[in-house]
Design a protein around this ligand. Structure first.
Ligand code: MN
Ligand code: MN
Length: 469
């Protein structure tokens, strides 16, 4: 009887997928390495709240590590490192491989835009002696989460004469910050009875930016607004019309920090998707001479559908690959057709407090490593690239071979919601692609949470993809 039992147990062990043990299988040394890696990540995150800043910080790291600007029609050799920037909002970094582009390229693509609150083109107004900015939120936010917290203003203004002014206010504690007010509970009986998504209206996400009138004897209206405009003019040389040619964003003012007594997690703004962008960037930096050319692409506009000339639907990356191919004497479309891609994006980590939104057997978990999402989209597998069995097999064996901690998951229960990534746009270029990234708690909130070990495993996955597939 006991022999039978053992046989059954053995059969189980042989045929069933073993339960993932996650971080408990990771050595103390690996955990230390991941903690160290994440110190660099926190710096990156804090310096990259909006895409332009993410590009300049990535460029700084790349240039410090031997990347030079790509020159069309130049011949490159194995080990050369080049970058190409798209309108200051996206950056491609290539490490030339021994095979150049002959066998296709390896692509890791993450996005560096995150949900936030953008200023409208004509934002500044005064109401009851208070000055406000009108806004239009960017990406999928729960609007109530963005009220009553310190916000910082980041962005770029282009003046009529073409000069560009970069603005960053509210990051340093010595600087002022900004805030969207909310109604006090005493008077919120009606608001509190509304549905969560309707309690704060998008049109009411107005940001308080001033309260003192211009010091003058003259009997004029809008003196608070005038005072704000004067402060902005003194500091940046801009006038009200310059808001029309500007990209100004409000993002959480707070910096990232460790979360939990054990410091296992990082809380911060914009993990989606800087938590994949940084590991993919570091994998490019640490790759010396790969077999095939490796390209890390950090793109913009994912949060609003990847439209526009800096989003993944633009031809920028395609043209970059074509240019690389041309200098190797290859056809660009043939190179793309042989290429492989990791769409480096986050997925929702299982949250025990909201367990009913998830399907436990097909969810990703904090501290269980990178998550592979075979498909994203929504009900009935709409709006997604569904990675092939063959490509899933390749990636799975790569991760096993390199002992990367990994898991597979879907975004929540069937029909409960959904979301997309850039994978489907890459697939349209006839490239094999699957999503691989880091699980996130409270995704799209002003303070998202991720696990340090998962970030490090993402780095190891991208490095393996470039160097040891
Ligand atoms: Mn994302
Ligand atoms: Mn997102």
């Amino acid at each position: 009887m006991s022999d039978e039992k053992n046989k059954t147990k053995m059969l189980k062990e042989q045929l069933f997928m073993s339960a993932k043990k996650g971080i408990s299988t990771v050595s103390a040394e690996e955990i230390k390495k991941s903690d160290e890696f994440c110190e660099g990540y926190k710096e990156f995150l804090d310096n990259s709240p909006v895409e332009r800043e993410a590009v300049s910080y990535s460029l700084k790291l790349a240039e410090e590590n031997g990347f030079v600007e790509f020159e069309r029609d130049k011949q490159y050799k194995a080990g050369d490192k080049v970058y190409l920037i798209n309108r200051d909002k996206a950056i491609a970094l290539a490490v030339i491989g021994k095979n150049k582009t002959k066998n296709g390229v390896r692509l890791s693509i993450a996005h560096i835009d995150s949900p936030r609150v953008d200023l409208k083109p004509n934002p500044l107004y005064e109401d009851n002696n208070l000055a406000y900015f009108k806004t239009h939120y960017y990406g999928g936010i729960k609007k109530y989460q963005w009220t009553v917290m310190p916000l910082a203003l980041h962005g770029t203004v282009v003046k009529l004469d073409g000069t560009r002014v970069n603005i960053k206010v509210g990051v340093d504690e010595s600087e002022p910050c900004f805030c969207i007010t909310d109604l006090l509970p005493h008077l919120a009986r009606e608001q509190s009875s509304k549905k969560l998504g309707q309690a704060i209206e998008g049109e009411n996400l107005n940001v308080l930016v001033g309260s003192r009138p211009l010091d003058t004897e003259d009997e004029e209206s809008e003196l608070v607004k005038l005072n704000i405009m004067k402060i902005l003019n003194d500091k940046y040389g801009i006038t009200e019309g310059d808001f029309l040619s500007a990209e100004l964003c409000l993002v959480p003012a707070q910096k990232s920090r460790d979360v939990g007594f054990d410091r296992g997690l990082i809380g911060g703004y914009g993990h989606d998707d800087k938590v994949c962008a940084y590991p993919a960037l570091m994998a490019a930096i640490d790759t010396e001479i790969p077999e095939d050319t490796c390209i890390t692409y950090l793109t913009d506009k994912e949060e609003t559908g990847s439209d526009g000339n800096t989003g993944m639907q633009s031809d920028f990356l395609r043209y970059f690959v074509y240019d690389l191919a041309k200098s190797d004497g290859e056809e660009g479309y043939r190179v793309l057709s042989k290429s492989k891609c990791l769409s480096a994006d986050v997925n929702a980590a299982f949250d025990p407090i909201y367990a009913s939104a998830y399907e436990a057997k097909n969810s990703s978990y904090i501290n269980q490593g990178v998550i592979i999402s075979k498909y994203t989209g929504h009900g009935g597998k709409y709006d997604t690239s569904d990675a092939s069995a063959e490509y899933m097999g390749e990636i799975r064996s790569m991760l096993e071979k390199n002992k990367v901690m990994w898991q597979v998951g879907e975004l929540g229960k069937v029909d409960i919601g959904g979301g997309g990534t850039i994978a489907k746009f890459v697939a349209n270029m006839n490239v094999d692609v699957v999503d691989l990234g880091v699980p996130v708690l409270s995704m799209h909130a002003p303070f998202e949470l991720i696990s340090k070990i998962d970030v490090y495993e993402a780095y190891r996955a991208f490095y393996a993809f470039y160097n040891n597939m």
